[in-house]
Design a protein around this ligand. Structure first.
Ligand SMILES: Cc1cc2nc3c(=O)[nH]c(=O)nc-3n(C[C@H](O)[C@H](O)[C@H](O)COP(=O)(O)OP(=O)(O)OC[C@H]3O[C@@H](n4cnc5c(N)ncnc54)[C@H](O)[C@@H]3O)c2cc1C
Length: 262
């Protein structure tokens, strides 16, 4: 995906500079430096394997507190991760458990496993403008509160920022109309997910396994009466739930602490 986007940008005449920290771009900037704090962490491995293709999802707090663990294999390349919404200090243990779990349940054998990880922040911004500059993607806080799927928001908000610059239309009005309803639905979904118990989660997994998962997940993000009713409480609760108390930046090697030290 990254390489495809880079190629498209260069073909369109964009000057891309790697390893070049921007302090003040000047001119008509769009701000897009990504997440600024960790509300969710994903950590795991990319690897090679002889195992057959497959997509596996586990909803289990002992592997990924508040989140999910996954294993994806495609033509001999694999990725496995624990996406945790809390318990950051136990990142190494949770990743090790996730490896053990998928090895046991799918017979996975990883070759040349390289660790990877990253973090995301979730919030509904009061404004996505900094002065006269549109802020897009996770820097603005645009992120899916249920699962941490922020790429669609990054693309869409980037497109809206460009549109606002080209047409003179208000970016603030554009993102509020286009992104806010789905952002709110994500927050309500997280609240409802946290209320659910193991048997509800098991049934959700069964349904996802049987049907077209993309289609099912898309329908989950359509605002409904339930998500609209749940939203005010969900937003209040989200504010309290974030800021993982387990990560106090002391003797902690989670990706968020590594980033802060780097
Ligand atoms: C492990 C992991 C797995 C994920 N999986 C999914 C998924 O399956 N689906 C999905 O939708 N989302 C996923 N996400 C979330 C998704 O990657 C992010 O929401 C999305 O990339 C946010 O895009 P962004 O452009 O706002 O920020 P980023 O992708 O973080 O890009 C910001 C860039 O700005 C650069 N930067 C920062 N400061 C400066 C500076 N001063 N000067 C120049 N450059 C700077 C950073 O180095 C970075 O390259 C995942 C996230 C992680 C960590």
């Amino acid at each position: 995906l990254d390489h495809g986007l880079l190629q498209q940008a260069r073909t369109a005449g964009v000057d891309v500079r790697f390893g070049d920290r921007v302090t003040d771009g000047g001119g008509q900037d769009v701000l897009a430096i990504g997440p600024r704090r960790a509300d969710v962490i994903a950590a795991g491995y990319v690897f090679e394997t002889e195992s057959p293709d497959g997509n596996f999802l586990a909803l289990d707090n002992s592997l990924a507190p508040g989140g999910y663990a996954y294993l994806l294999i495609h033509q001999g390349c694999g990725t496995l991760a624990s996406c945790m919404f809390t318990g950051f200090k136990r990142q190494a243990e949770l990743v090790a458990r996730t490896v053990e779990f998928f090895s046991k349940t799918t017979g996975l054998e990883m070759r040349d496993a390289r660790p990877f990880g990253g973090f995301g922040n979730i919030r509904v911004p009061h404004t996505a403008m900094q002065g006269r500059r549109p802020v897009i993607g996770e820097q603005a806080g645009f992120q899916d509160a249920l699962a941490g799927f922020g790429m669609g928001y990054a693309f869409r908000s980037g497109q809206l920022a460009a549109q606002s610059i080209l047409t003179g239309n208000s970016y603030e009005a554009l993102w509020r109309r286009s992104l806010l309803p789905v952002l709110r639905t994500g927050i309500a979904n997280r609240f409802l997910y946290e209320l659910s118990n193991d048997s509800v989660r098991r049934s959700a997994l069964r349904q996802l396994s049987k049907a077209d998962a993309g289609h099912k997940l898309r329908s989950l993000y359509r605002p409904s009466i339930l998500t609209q009713l749940a939203y005010p409480v969900a937003r209040w609760r989200l504010g309290k739930a974030l800021n993982d108390p387990s990560c106090d930046h002391k003797d902690c090697a989670c990706v968020w602490c590594q980033h802060e030290l780097g």
